[in-house]
Design a binder for this molecule. Sequence first.
Ligand SMILES: O=C(O)CCC(=O)C(=O)O
Length: 248
Amino acid sequence: MDPQIEALREHGYVVVPRFVSQGALTQLNETAREQLRARGSPLELEADLRYPGAPRSRADAGGGTVRRLLDAYARDPIFAEWAVTPGVREWMESYFGEPVLMSRAHHNCLMTKHPQYGSLTGWHRDIRYWSFQREDLVSVWLALGAETADNGALWLVPGSHRMTFGAERFDEAKFFRAEHEDNGVIIRKAVSPRLAPGDAMFFHCNTLHSAGKNLSDAVKFSLVYTYHGRSNAPLAGTRSASKPEVGL
Ligand SMILES: O=C(O)CCC(=O)C(=O)O
């Protein structure tokens, strides 16, 4: 595990092959598909976010396309089990050097990327979703199927979690301005690691990343959770503090 943690510290992300066993992967995939069929709340729709390529409204063609099945932890026991699975706990404790908590306020979701109506996601740091004492959170992205640049896998800029940028490099929604010349130089260093089914990608909340559209003909499913050390509390009164966290 130590070389993986070193890689995360150095590059801002690391892929751990075959993190999920074949048996668990089959169960997770069945549950993911059932959950998408059932469309239980809370859901985030592509039409609500309106990222590039998404339907313009819920009334338009593809307007019901799901982007995230939110609160994965509460949706099904197998999703809850994977949020706190010993492999993740050991990994996160080793990185943070203290007991860890899983936030239920963002990520904590099953991400779906649909052909045709699935949108692309611009360059950003996930810290935009959070308000904590320190910008030190780590997400685990569990690929339930293969993820490649062709079906909308993540692109990440190695080492960007250690870079500092002025506020002018981001837009009002905290997307990293792709048209800014200096940003372009950084974005051109991005890589898109291929993930096999069952691989995990751990990445830091300050790692710049984006994702393209899904050009395949199958929905892509990924389970995503975010963790922080116990000493790094969410700021009172913010969305990050709005839901009880889960101790591992
Ligand atoms: O899958 C995508 O489109 C990007 C997901 C992502 O970066 C996010 O939700 O923060």
